[in-house]
Design a protein around this ligand. Structure first.
Ligand code: SAM
Length: 236
C-alpha cells in the first residue's frame, strides 16, 4: 500500500468520501488515505489526525514528500480534538475496533454538528458503532463487508438523520449484522458470521461447565439468542 495504491479495505473507505469534501482522517497513520484522495479526487482540504508520535511523523513525511502540504494538515492529538469547529464536513476513521471508534465520536460530539458524513471502518464490533448511530441520530446510508489477506472488514457510512429509517422490524438483528449487509449478503458476510457463531458456541460450552451463577446464566442466554439470530439468517 502507498499513496497511489490503497489496500482494498481503504479503497472501500475512499469510495464514500464525496467529491469536494473537506475531510478529516482520524488515526491516519501514514496518511495514505488523505494523500490518495488529494491526488486522485477533488478534495480541497484534509486533516490527517494522529495521537501517536511515530505515525504522526510518518504522516508528516509522506504529506511533505508528496508535495501536499497545501491541502493536507497533519495534526497530533486525540480523536476529534485535532478538528476546529466547522472545519470539515466528512470524517473517516479506519482500522480500529468499533468500540474505540464509537468512543472517539462520543468524546468529540461537539465537532460533529457541521459534519455531513461519517465513513467508518471497524476491524471488529461494528455493532458498537451502529448502536452509537442509533443513540446520536446518525442514519446508516451504506455498508460494505469485504475480505482482504484473510481478514474481514466492514465499512459503515452514515449521515445525520433518522437512524431507524435504515432498519426493518428486527432492530436487534440489524444492529448486530448490519441492515444493508443483511440485504446484500456475500461470501465475506457468511464467513464472518459462521466464525462468530462457532466462537459463541465454544464459549457457551465452556460456560456450561462453569459454576451456574446468575451472571453465567444471563451470559449463556445472550449467547444463545445471538446464535439463534445467526442461524435464522442462514436458514432463510
Ligand atoms: N487509518 C489507518 C488505516 O486504516 O490503515 C491506520 C490504522 S492503524 C491500525 C490505527 C491508527 O489509529 C494508529 O496509527 C493509532 O495511533 C491511531 N489512533 C488510535 N487511537 C487514536 C485516537 N484516539 N486518536 C487519533 N489516532 C488514534
Amino acid at each position: 500500500m502507498n499513496t497511489d495504491k490503497l489496500s482494498v479495505r481503504l479503497a472501500a473507505v475512499a469510495k464514500y468520501v464525496p467529491e469536494g469534501a473537506r475531510m478529516a482522517d482520524i488515526g491516519s497513520d501514514h496518511a495514505y488515505l488523505p494523500c490518495f484522495l488529494a491526488k486522485n479526487t477533488s478534495i480541497p482540504f484534509a486533516i490527517a489526525g494522529e495521537v501517536v508520535e511515530g505515525p504522526f511523523k510518518s504522516a508528516k513525511n509522506n504529506v511533505m514528500s508528496e508535495g501536499l502540504t497545501e491541502v493536507i494538515s497533519v495534526r497530533l492529538g486525540n480523536g476529534l480534538e485535532v478538528i476546529r469547529p466547522e472545519e470539515v464536513d466528512c470524517i473517516t476513521i479506519a482500522g480500529m475496533g468499533g468500540a474505540l471508534i464509537a468512543s472517539i465520536l462520543e468524546n468529540g460530539k461537539d465537532k460533529l454538528s457541521t459534519v455531513k458524513r461519517l465513513v467508518l471502518q471497524p476491524n471488529i464490533s461494528a455493532n458498537s458503532i451502529r448502536k452509537w448511530f442509533l443513540e446520536n441520530n446518525w442514519q446508516l446510508i451504506a455498508e460494505e463487508i469485504l475480505e482482504e489477506d484473510g481478514k474481514i472488514y466492514e465499512v459503515l457510512v452514515a449521515e445525520q438523520g433518522n437512524p431507524l429509517k435504515s432498519y426493518s422490524s428486527n432492530l436487534d438483528l440489524g444492529l448486530l449484522m448490519g441492515p444493508f449487509l443483511l440485504q446484500n449478503q456475500n461470501e465475506a458476510f457468511w464467513k464472518k458470521w459462521e466464525a462468530e457463531k462457532n466462537n459463541w458456541l465454544k464459549i457457551y460450552k465452556q460456560l456450561e461447565n462453569a459454576a451456574q451463577t446468575q451472571e453465567t446464566i444471563e451470559k449463556k442466554e445472550e449467547l444463545l439468542n445471538k446464535i439463534k439470530m445467526v442461524e435464522e439468517v442462514f436458514a432463510r
